[in-house]
Design a protein around this ligand. Structure first.
Ligand SMILES: Cc1cc2nc3c(=O)[nH]c(=O)nc-3n(C[C@H](O)[C@H](O)[C@H](O)COP(=O)(O)OP(=O)(O)OC[C@H]3O[C@@H](n4cnc5c(N)ncnc54)[C@H](O)[C@@H]3O)c2cc1C
Length: 337
């Protein structure tokens, strides 16, 4: 039986561990159940909010509406050819279970994205990325339900308009669709991307360069660097790395030799937001029940009992000081609700 729960705490459903309530919560593991939840919301004139694993959201208020958790399972092979396999994966599959499945079967493409929290359904939303690889490199299609028409819709890769931590689903389709399945093309002849940070060295320590070893190395690095949300509430990087024009970059670089930007096009550079935040002394700083992680200036943590607004205030103070000191506007990666 499909049950829509009433007045429940969302604390277990977000990695920041923010204690807000939802008027209704529907964990829906089929397209039909998602449609039922949409009809229920419409009948009761309530808005819909979608959450997957809750690892990229910050709740600042109770949700007066229906929270839908698309929980569709299944990793189904659709086709294969000489070079690749195509899989259709349910939005409720845990992302890292899919990454583990790919590594176990020596299928290349997502090993660098190992151990990113959350569900498959959210992977196209911000085009998850790590260690020089992005979900857009392997996503071939996204299936979704259009909330207002209740129709099933599909987006090919170019229609997803992927960008750096961005897609059409974070822009004009924000809040308008519910992703049900994502199609991935994984490689039979993996092409490894190891030129990021100390990844090459960590893989070499494990032996041959293989999908399994790259995954193992990535997991090792991530565990050593990032706080585990089960121990310390957080949503990973709170801010995106800003992209600035070359004049701004070169002028900053002339004053700070330790700034390492990455040229993204002829006249633009991506600079590490963590560097800007650390330079201003925020790293390790605690403000009440939240703070900036001691090893990772990009990560805001909840030491326990912080409200979403307290975390948001801290984020705003950081944004303000970066703007004042460097003239750069930080953009949030986390979805604030
Ligand atoms: C410790 C830690 C490390 C992280 N590292 C990385 C990293 O290296 N790279 C990276 O890119 N991200 C990283 N993240 C962020 C996060 O894991 C990803 O953004 C992930 O894809 C979020 O998945 P989720 O299922 O938890 O989405 P949620 O947080 O539940 O939702 C995120 C957004 O997507 C929407 N959404 C979710 N599912 C659907 C769906 N099926 N249909 C429509 N909309 C949907 C929600 O409404 C919300 O706006 C990290 C987070 C943590 C806590």
């Amino acid at each position: 039986m499909f049950v829509i729960k009433k007045d429940i705490s969302l604390k277990p459903y977000n990695t920041f561990g923010i204690d807000v309530t939802a008027s209704y919560y529907a964990k829906a593991n089929t397209v039909e159940k998602i449609l039922y939840a949409i009809n229920f919301a419409s009948y009761n004139k309530l808005p819909i909010f979608v959450i997957g694993g809750g690892s990229n959201v910050l709740f600042t208020r109770n949700i007066e509406g229906v929270v839908v958790n698309p929980a569709i399972q299944g990793i189904q092979q659709q086709s294969d050819d000489e070079n690749s396999y195509v899989f259709r994966v349910g939005s409720g599959v845990v992302w890292d279970k899919f990454a583990e499945f790919a590594a176990e079967n020596n299928m290349g493409g997502i090993e660098n994205l190992s151990y990113i929290p959350g569900l498959v359904g959210a992977s196209p939303i911000q085009n998850i990325g790590a260690y020089g690889v992005e979900a857009k490199d392997v996503i071939s299609k996204v299936e979704a339900i259009d909330i207002s028409s209740r129709k099933l819709v599909e987006f090919n890769a170019s229609e997803c308009r992927f960008g750096y931590r961005d897609s059409i689903f974070k822009q004009e389709l924000k809040g308008k669709i519910i992703i049900t399945h994502v199609w991935f093309k994984l490689s039979k002849k993996p092409h490894f991307v190891l030129d990021y940070g100390n990844l090459t060295g960590e893989v070499e320590k494990l032996g041959e360069v293989s999908v399994k070893n790259v995954r193992k190395a990535v997991i090792g690095i991530r565990k050593s660097k990032l706080p585990d949300p089960a121990q310390l509430g957080n949503a990973g990087s709170f801010f995106k790395n800003p992209i600035v024009d070359s004049d701004t970059y070169l002028s900053l670089k002339s004053n700070h030799a330790d700034l390492n930007g990455f040229q993204v096009s002829e006249s633009f550079y991506k600079i590490p937001a963590g560097w800007l935040i650390e330079k201003l002394g925020w790293k390790g700083k605690r403000v009440g029940k939240c703070g900036v992680h001691q090893n990772q200036a990009l990560v805001i943590v909840n030491y326990g009992g912080a409200t979403g607004n307290e975390i948001l205030e801290l984020a705003s103070s950081i944004e303000q000081s970066v703007k004042e000191q460097f003239g750069i506007a930080l953009e949030r990666e986390v979805n604030v609700l």
